[in-house]
Design a protein around this ligand. Sequence first.
Ligand code: ADP
Ligand code: MG
Length: 198
Amino acid sequence: MNKIKTAILVTGTPGVGKTTVANKLASRLDAACICITEMVKNEKLITATDEQRQTLVADTKKLTKRVQDMLMELEGNIILEGHYVVDVVPKEHVNTVVVLRRDPHELKEVLEKRGYSEKKVWENIAAEVLDVCLWDAISTCGVENVCEIDVSNKTVETVIEEIVLVLERKQECTSGTIDWLGKLEITGELDEFLKKIG
Ligand code: ADP
Ligand code: MG
């Protein structure tokens, strides 16, 4: 019987470093890297444009089908990256989900540099602080397949090393241990952040 083709998924809030890390990891593992967001744009796999959020709304049905076809076609290791990647890869095709996490202060800097509106910056900080991508990954792919990696204050190379260790099962795969809310509380910034998040 044919073995079901599985992929490594890299997810996280916009700005955490998914595209950078996934591409570097792909070279390291000699894998193909597919950026879901790019694919949606290039192949126009969209249902609508959310003007208010300045984003495209992906057609998840078409996208899921396209991803499945791709998994059948491609040889070798595959890495798929995107902030809603867990919603478009059927669970049986998931090897490991790497959820990148980034300190909200660092994330704010990245998103501001990107030129996001203040509203969009805080929407994404809220998602990071409230672990949205993590819980999405856990509920869709199962806690046993999800590994959280804190990229804050680390070089891309350090992050890659850590992910490789996790994939080789030389480092424990953990999730649910990163607590930005707790950190903000300790530094006395929680109220200020919550007000901004609204
Ligand atoms: P995403 O795809 O999650 O939106 P990007 O890969 O575009 O994020 O990365 C956002 C920014 O963070 C880029 O400027 C990138 O160079 C930087 N970056 C990515 N990973 C790291 C890291 N581990 N340490 C420092 N900066 C990083
Ligand atoms: Mg990206």
